[in-house]
Write a protein that binds this ligand. Structure first.
Ligand SMILES: [Mg+2]
Length: 449
């Protein structure tokens, strides 16, 4: 098969679930028992080089099958496409997926269908970066400003950022890219850790993990809040005592509050000097975030992990509703839409501190922040990528943290590929782990019957 005529031949999907709820890993005020899961896909081609594109979106258990079905519904747009065409211009596929005249009704550009689009688009970028022999961050950082701008859908955001604005931002940074890459490879990208702060953890575990985080070089930790005020006051004090005054403590309510409640609750925690309050209220309440921000300053307001798309981010910025913008690699329509969001943030001068954790979100989003540093913002000041030390061992090219920093990946691709044995073990419900789990539960039911 000649290289110029190779086509995508298959979209293979997997429902992969990890039993994280049993240790309260990932527990917060809204999500007490998540089983971290991935609706996962593999693109195969007939190029004969064995190179595949891997992508996924993250869910927390039930509904992962629905998410997989949504990816399956996009197959007709993908299978049969020319590999060179789609890898040379992932934006063309992105536009076709978003524009499907019938599936669009299920969004538009939000929810399960949009997350499925993100998974497919990200798989194409993984394939493109592997074929180019570069990690995704470098594929993007080496690209011309004109090509990057061609990858962004400016529909519904050109009142806030025009293609010319985006081009000017990227061109202004072009001369600094070589030095930026050198600094990135030497130092990595700053991280903060959420590992000490899950709501289900006992106080002694919180204190121990907070101290360990500081010892590991993290300059910021995060605590989950929002279930019980007295508990939060106590836990924030313990954390502050554990880390001392020089380490930032972010707090995260995972959408638990209404606007007034958020203002009161954050006010009660102010004595522990929180750096930002994350997701204080509904992710759809743009004006609510703006009101909270005005009321709780100097505590900063952060959100974005549940923001549907670039249009919501545009409004959060226009309304001066956030101090910190939290992209998520697997919530919106993939790399293309995140390019739009990074450019919006740069235009408004708001730092980007990505949401990560879950399954593989750290692996993905590091590439976007590293590209942002090299080719867009040119700085890591007040910027940190979330880090959670769960489930990395299931990935072929897991993140590497050194002295509180993400080390820049060097392997070609988007770091999205899961190890085949992890897929075989944790595929739901037929994988080895879940099959054994089901058998055990049936046995227990038999004994109590
Ligand atoms: Mg969060």
């Amino acid at each position: 098969m000649s290289a110029t005529s190779s086509r995508i031949t298959g979209v293979h999907t997997y429902d992969i679930r990890f039993p994280t709820s049993r240790e309260h890993d990932g527990s917060d005020a809204m999500n007490p028992d998540p089983d971290y899961s991935a609706a996962y896909l593999v693109l195969r081609t007939d190029a004969g080089d064995g190179v595949e594109g891997h992508g996924f979106t993250f869910t927390i258990g039930r509904g992962n099958d629905v998410q997989v079905a949504a990816i399956d519904a996009l197959r007709r747009h993908v299978v049969g496409r020319r590999v060179e065409e789609v890898c040379g211009d992932p934006g063309s596929l992105h536009r076709d997926l978003v524009g499907d005249s019938q599936l669009r009704w299920l969004g538009p550009e939000k929810g399960v269908m949009h997350m499925a689009i993100g998974a497919v688009v990200n798989a194409v970028w993984d394939l493109a970066a592997k074929r180019a022999g570069k990690p995704l961050w470098k594929l993007l950082a080496d690209a011309s400003p004109e090509w990057l701008v061609s990858q962004v859908d400016f529909r519904y955001i050109d009142d806030a950022i025009s293609p010319d604005d985006a081009l000017a931002l990227l061109r202004a940074r072009a001369d600094g890219r070589v030095e930026g890459e050198r600094v990135l490879l030497e130092r990595g990208y700053p991280a903060y850790t959420t590992s000490p702060g899950w709501l289900g953890y006992a106080d002694d575990k919180l204190v121990r993990l907070a101290r360990e985080a500081v010892g590991q070089g993290f300059g910021q930790i995060k605590l989950k809040v929002g279930a019980d005020l007295a508990d939060d006051v106590r836990r924030c004090r313990l954390a502050r005592e554990a880390v001392g005054p020089g380490v930032r403590i972010a707090i995260d309510a995972n959408q638990r509050w209404g606007v007034r409640e958020a203002v009161e609750w954050v006010g009660a925690l102010a004595e522990s000097d929180p750096y930002w309050i994350e997701e204080p209220t509904s992710p759809d309440d743009i004006l609510g975030h703006a009101a909270i921000r005005r009321a709780v300053a100097p505590v900063k307001v952060a959100t974005g992990e549940h923001a549907h798309n670039r249009i919501v981010f545009k409004q959060l910025l226009q309304a001066e509703a956030i101090d910190v913008l939290q992209i998520d690699a697997a919530r919106v329509g993939g790399v293309n839409e995140n390019l739009a969001i990074l450019l919006l943030a740069a235009k408004f001068g708001v730092p980007v501190c990505p949401h990560a954790g879950g399954v593989g979100l750290c692996e993905l989003v590091q590439h976007l922040s590293m590209f942002d540093f090299v080719a867009v913002s040119g700085t890591t000041r007040d910027r940190v990528i979330e880090y959670v030390d769960h489930l990395h061992g299931h990935f072929v090219d897991p993140v590497r943290i050194r002295d509180g920093h993400y080390t820049a990946p060097t392997a070609p691709g988007f770091s999205a590929a899961m190890r085949p044995e992890a897929i075989a073990t944790y595929t739901y419900p037929g994988g080895a782990f879940w099959a054994a789990d089901l058998a055990t539960r049936q046995e227990q039911q038999g004994m109590t019957a």
